[in-house]
Design a protein around this ligand. Structure first.
Ligand SMILES: [Zn+2]
Ligand SMILES: [Zn+2]
Length: 119
């Protein structure tokens, strides 16, 4: 799993990076934060950077599954699913909402929920 962590030592102290976790230990920087990235001043920025990576590289659309479920955006029943990231849960999106921008919208709102619950 991936978690945004703030560096506590070295020249990056106080900077946020998206980290890959093994158990409770952050093992390495993940996504674009593993590349050319100078760190972020907030957790939300680090998560947004990682989201951008996932949207660019790790999107699956038009996955078909048995059984209709309500589209997470409009509530329309659909057998279609989408996925953002690897080994993540499927997102229910109808034909009209099968797009990276829908995934982006949902990811942003769930990040919002995440940051709200932490304060
Ligand atoms: Zn970054
Ligand atoms: Zn929809």
């Amino acid at each position: 799993m991936f978690v945004a962590k703030v560096s506590t030592e070295g020249p990056d102290t106080g900077k946020w990076y998206m980290m890959a976790m093994e158990g409770k230990i952050a093992t390495r920087r993940a996504g674009y934060c593993a590349g050319i990235c100078n760190g972020h001043s907030t957790q939300a920025e680090a998560m947004e950077h990682f989201l951008q990576y996932q949207l660019d590289r790790e999107v699956d659309l038009w996955l078909s599954r048995r059984g209709e479920r309500a589209c997470e955006i409009c509530g329309e029943p659909t057998t279609l699913r989408a996925r953002l990231g690897r080994k993540t849960e499927l997102v229910v999106l109808c034909q009209k909402h099968q797009s990276t921008s829908s995934l982006q919208q949902l990811a942003r709102s769930s990040m919002l929920a995440l940051s709200v619950s932490e304060t």
